[in-house]
Write a protein of this length. Structure first.
Length: 317
């Protein structure tokens, strides 16, 4: 019903058509001012990316504020993971305005090093969120199998050390690798001072390609396994209670877990599925498509609204 692609669906909206013409005018002005023969990103992609990132910035920020006022002091694995997710989203959202600025102006004037930092933060956000989602889901699975008593941190220090380990593993490897390696083999187009988020030339290195394949396969496999377990548990609970399942808290608890699985599938699976094709068939034109799939991973920031909504409902009750 929407035409050829998702972006064409976006552009059909009357509310977005103004943005399209605004971006076109900006592009023409920029081209005349800088003698630039071609835009870094086509207008349609820039409009689509701004439309995707803007609600992420607004909704994610609201969710963080609400959640930060609703958290209770607890040493449970789930609470610790939620706090970590809140920090992950906060750090990522601090970089989103720079992405929006870039896609609006089609120019990057903040330096290559800062570009690498902003670029690496979205990837750090993806994998830190992914890890903490796994922790939350596995915890809920174990709770279902009545292993809850084994899942309490005996000291706050234990929670701190566990969280710090995850952060060090991701940030200690991802950020340095991005800052050191990305751009070292850049093509002529990627070396332009006003270009950012164009590091596809790194895929010419075999170790980088292999690492990407491994990460994508692991993410897709883990998502599939978690979804299978969750559906099995949900089926067992439904068989236990039958038509009155909606009247039991246990069933609703599993539906909440299913929400986490759906978030993972919506935000992580499309990007990593496309990433396999992107890595195996890389060419410059695919970078803008990769940016669109990458933008969908940012929608994990809305999970704070889900958490905060639950807390608000409890207060009302």
């Amino acid at each position: 019903m929407c035409g050829r692609s998702f972006l064409s669906c976006i552009l059909l909206s009357p509310d977005v058509s103004f943005l399209f013409f605004f971006f076109t005018a900006m592009e023409e002005f920029s081209s005349n001012a800088t003698n630039q023969t071609s835009p870094i990103f086509p207008v349609s992609y820039r409009v689509g990316l701004v439309v995707l990132y803007t609600p992420v910035l607004l909704g994610g920020s609201v969710g963080i504020v609400l959640m930060s006022t609703s958290l209770k002091s607890s040493k449970s694995v789930t609470t610790v993971s939620v706090i970590n997710l809140l920090v992950v989203h906060l750090l990522f959202l601090l970089t989103v305005p720079f992405r929006i600025y870039y896609f609006i102006s089609d120019q990057w004037a903040l330096g290559l090093d800062f570009c690498k930092l902003v670029s690496s933060m979205i990837h750090a956000h993806v994998y830190l969120s992914f890890i903490f989602y796994i922790v939350i889901l596995v915890t809920r699975f174990l709770n279902y199998f009545q292993w809850r008593g084994r899942l309490k941190f005996t000291r706050v220090l234990h929670a701190f050390v566990a969280s710090l380990t995850v952060w060090v593993i991701i940030l200690g490897t991802l950020l340095p690798a991005t800052i050191i390696n990305y751009g070292s083999e850049a093509t002529t187009g990627e070396k332009r001072d006003n270009v950012c988020f164009h590091f596809g030339s790194a895929l010419s290195r075999t170790p980088i390609v292999v690492l990407n394949y491994i990460i994508c396969v692991v993410v897709l496999l883990v998502c599939t396994v978690l979804a299978s377990i969750q559906l099995w548990i949900l089926r067992q609970v439904y068989r236990k209670y039958g038509r009155v399942s909606l009247n039991h808290q246990e069933f609703w608890a599993q539906l909440k877990s299913l929400c986490f699985v759906l978030i993972m599938f919506f935000c992580f699976v499309p990007y990593h599925g496309f990433r396999i094709y992107y890595v195996s068939s890389y060419w410059d034109g695919l970078q803008k498509v990769n940016e669109v799939f990458l933008a969908f991973t940012a929608f994990t920031c809305f999970d704070m609204l889900m958490f905060a909504g639950r807390a608000v409902c409890r207060r009302i009750e």
